[in-house]
Design a protein around this ligand. Structure first.
Ligand code: MN
Length: 748
């Protein structure tokens, strides 16, 4: 938790604004009252003071004080998006954490978690806009939402860009071009995808002005020249309609604004026509005031088409079938008595707000609306559910603590070229490698995430930029199975494991065939299958695989085959007879030898100190003090496992007759390998502290330490030579006392 710095908040509250700042603040607060449901003046004032104080003595390229920029962004938030006062406060503070010494904790302390989360989200997404592939607006939008978690973060990002573009003329020409191109290719399509049409149009015009100033000026001048004629034409066109609508008691507004400059330019390009021949330079929009409904839109349509002739193929009903981003309207093009084509759009006030403000407007309407896009649809439905909640204050609360729960089952990551890839949540670098190309997946040897080398198993998160380092050989590891989630990676790993098993089994078969030839034993596959069954293998393949890995001695197989052959046992096809022989595969002399061989000074076998050949299982590394069991292998050695070891459990279940009781002798001089897992917060000198504790205060020899630190977290696996369980427990207790270490446990 942040320590409450009362001094800091007092300093902010007592910060003196100059006359100009005071009047700016007053007009911002007035704007909020005009556009928002409720305005926390104290919060806005505080945010403005912190904004002015933290950017003190900094100027923009234009020469004006820096605070003017966040102030303008806050005004756009209030005026354009009019969502809530929290987003206005956050807009005032949007550059503080990145550019000034102000911390997130301080924001939290002064403004609470909602503002803090927005600022945090802005910081998180600040990198992802740079040098990106621009053809993937849809995926990019999901990436933004999944990273930012809050639509207000995205809206502030747009408002920020709008103001920067409005004031771009103060930058050097080259920078202007860079910014304009980036805005045109990324921000404008994104704004379109979010349904922020007014923002999109403004951004396009501002960019066009930088990129092609001559065409911009030319079209602008033409539009101004025709302004009077246009307005006169609209009046003439609408007069009879207005009269009829008023007679029918409609309440409405008529807009006849020209289309934005860039869209006219694009039309000229696409249709290869001069300005004069572009007929739909403007559209007439009829907006029905509340409480008019969509049925009323149809009634207006019929009034218009009673008067003017519609062109059927230019009719669009976006009311019954809204666009993916929620846009609703009726569009029709009609012909005037003088033969001129005019586009007319008919919609309700609510539809108009959604058309202009997109997603932002969805927030403010209880009914939401059903759109073609499944995810947006889900979102809109969810908004509706929350807004329809029985408690009257639920809506306000919702806006205050809004968290987007969208797109949480997918992550969006970048290739080195800035291309976006969609992966299921939980995907690792290995999944990513296979997503790029199966060959990349097969040859991957390491990965770089955001420029840092990481293990291939590392899980990815939205916004990561991932680069796969490949070798020239296939480098698959069957153990990766638990680290992949995509079908592609899983299928290839499974196939690889099978191929590898087959290869080892073939090697095993070769070993057997050589041994059989040398011993002059001839045996059919059918007979071999019987022998394999006696050894409790499912089939010969499994047996050869174990011979190939060395787990099963070929001589043992040879001995039994020869024995059975000489007794003529393998000729019989009688199952009952066959069953009687089961168990003979573990000859009694093995038990006897197990009790009489070995040099043991470490363990008691079946209660009495004995000379037995033994070794410790690598899978669980037992140490004196652990509960252990022995497992009699086919050659008479005893393998010692911890009794909670998974492999031991398996053996107890399948081969219980080969399990031997083991207990530790009292004085053991050997040392044993123990593994310990350490988790904590990463800091300078942590590894040093760990090794010091082990070597100096506990006189323990360390074999290895493997460290993985990520996002401030530290995870280490230490293997060390210990005398017994007590020793290991002592190490664990001691490591737990090291500063910033959170968990220490025995690593299984
Ligand atoms: Mn900014």
């Amino acid at each position: 938790m942040a320590k409450v710095d009362t001094d800091f908040s007092t300093r902010i509250d007592q910060f003196g604004l100059d006359a100009k700042q005071r009047s700016s603040l007053a007009s911002l607060i007035k704007l909020c009252h005009n556009h928002l449901d409720s305005t926390d003046e104290e919060m806005i004032t505080r945010a403005f003071k912190l904004c002015c104080k933290s950017h003190e003595n900094v100027t923009r390229a234009s020469g004006e004080p820096y605070y003017e920029h966040p102030l303008e962004v806050a005004k756009i938030m209030a005026e354009e998006f009019n969502i809530d006062d929290v987003s206005v406060a956050a807009a005032l503070l949007h550059d503080t954490v990145e550019d000034t010494p102000v911390t997130l904790d301080q924001i939290d302390e002064l403004f609470g978690p909602a503002v803090k989360h927005i600022i945090d989200g802005l910081t998180k997404i600040s990198g992802v806009f740079e040098n990106r592939d621009t053809k993937q607006a849809e995926t990019f939008m999901k990436l933004l939402l999944s990273m930012a978690e809050d639509i207000r973060v995205v809206l502030i990002k747009f408002a920020d860009r709008v103001h920067n573009m409005r004031t771009i003329k103060h930058l050097p020409k080259q920078k202007q071009l860079n910014k304009a191109t980036e805005t045109m290719e990324l921000y404008a399509p994104l704004a379109h995808r979010f349904g922020l049409f007014r923002i999109k149009n403004e951004l396009e015009d501002l960019c066009f002005k930088v990129i092609d100033p001559n065409s911009y000026k030319f079209i602008g001048r033409k539009l101004r020249e025709k302004k009077e004629a246009r307005e006169q034409f609209i009046d003439e066109f609408m007069d009879p309609i207005k009269e009829e609508l008023s007679n029918q008691k409609f309440r409405f507004e008529i807009k006849g604004r020209p289309k934005h400059i860039y869209s006219i330019y694009r039309k000229m390009q696409m249709q290869q026509k001069p300005f004069e021949e572009i007929y739909d330079l403007f559209a007439i929009r009829i907006i029905l005031e509340d409480p008019h409904t969509k049925e009323d839109c149809w009634r207006v349509y019929s009034v218009i088409t009673d008067w003017y002739t519609p062109i059927p193929k230019r009719f669009r009903d976006f009311i019954s079938v809204p666009k993916a981003n929620g846009y609703q309207s009726l569009h029709t093009t009609v012909i005037t008595k003088k033969g001129r084509k005019v586009e007319v759009q008919i919609r309700t006030r609510k539809m108009d707000n959604i058309a202009e403000q997109g997603l932002a407007a969805h927030w403010k309407y209880k009914e939401g609306n059903s759109s073609g896009n499944k995810e947006l649809d889900k979102f809109v439905h969810w908004v509706r559910d929350v807004l329809d909640a029985p408690r009257p204050d639920a809506a306000t609360e919702f806006v205050k603590d809004f968290q987007l729960n969208l797109y949480q089952d997918e992550i969006y990551v970048f290739t080195p070229n800035g291309e976006l890839k969609t992966l299921p949540n939980g995907a690792s670098c290995i999944d990513f490698a296979f997503e790029i190309h199966s060959e990349i997946g097969e040859r991957a040897i390491a990965a770089k995430v955001n420029g840092k080398m990481v293990p291939l198993r590392q899980k990815l998160k939205s916004g990561d930029q991932v680069e796969i380092v490949t070798g020239n050989k296939v480098n698959l590891n069957p153990d990766w199975m638990g680290d992949v989630v995509t079908h592609k990676a899983k299928a290839r790993l499974r196939q690889f494991t099978k191929q590898k098993e087959r290869r080892v089994a073939n090697e095993g078969r070769d070993i057997w065939e050589k041994r059989a030839a040398k011993g002059k034993v001839e045996i059919t596959d059918q007979e071999l299958t019987k022998v394999a069954k006696r050894f409790k293998f499912n089939d010969t393949q499994e047996m050869f695989y174990e011979i190939g890995t060395g787990a099963f001695e070929v001589n043992e197989l040879f001995k039994v085959v020869k024995q059975l052959k000489s007794k003529g046992r393998l000729d019989k096809d009688d199952e009952d007879e066959f069953k009687k022989d089961q168990g003979a595969t573990i000859p009694e002399e093995y038990y006897k030898s197990a009790r009489s061989v070995g040099d043991g000074n470490a363990l008691l076998v079946e209660g009495e100190l004995d000379h037995v050949k033994y070794s410790y299982a690598n899978c669980c590394n037992p140490i004196p003090g652990d509960n252990v069991v022995g497992f009699l292998s086919r050659n008479g050695d005893v393998k010692i496992h911890r009794s909670n070891c998974k492999n031991a459990h398996h053996l107890i279940k399948t081969d219980s007759e080969r399990i031997i009781d083991i207990s530790w002798a009292r004085n053991i001089e050997n040392q044993f390998l123990g593994a310990i897992k350490v988790i904590g917060e990463d800091r300078v000198g942590l590894v040093n502290d760990i090794t010091e504790v082990l070597s100096k205060s506990l006189q323990t020899n360390m074999k290895s330490i493997n460290v993985n630190s990520d996002g401030g977290m530290f995870e280490g696996i230490i293997t060390a030579y210990v005398n017994d369980l007590k020793h290991l427990e002592k190490i664990i207790k001691r490591l737990e006392r090291i500063d910033s270490i959170k968990t220490v446990m025995r690593y299984e």
